[in-house]
Ligand binder design. Sequence first.
Ligand SMILES: [Zn+2]
Length: 97
Amino acid sequence: MFRVIFYLLLAVILISVFRAVVGVVARGFSELVNPGANRQGRQSAANQVPLTGELKKDPTCGTYIATATSIKETVGGETFHFCSKQCRDKFVASMAR
Ligand SMILES: [Zn+2]
C-alpha cells in the first residue's frame, strides 16, 4: 500500500519537473524563433503616453481634454486644445471674424 503512495508521489514530482522543463524550453524556443520580441514589447509599453496626462480646456465647448489625445491648433502664437475637429473649426472661424 505504501508503495502505491510512493509511486503516486513520484509521479506528481516527475510531472511538475517535466512541466518546469517544458516551460523553460518553450520560452527559450520562442526567444530563438522571435528574438527581441519581449524587449520590443517592453519598449513600446514604455513609449506609451500615460493616461493621466495634462488636461486643457476646449475653448469651444468647455470640455477638458488630455493634451496627448487633443486636436491642437495654434492661433496667434498660443496653442489651443480641442475635443474634435468641429470644435477646432468653430474656434478658428470665430477667431478669424
Ligand atoms: Zn469640444
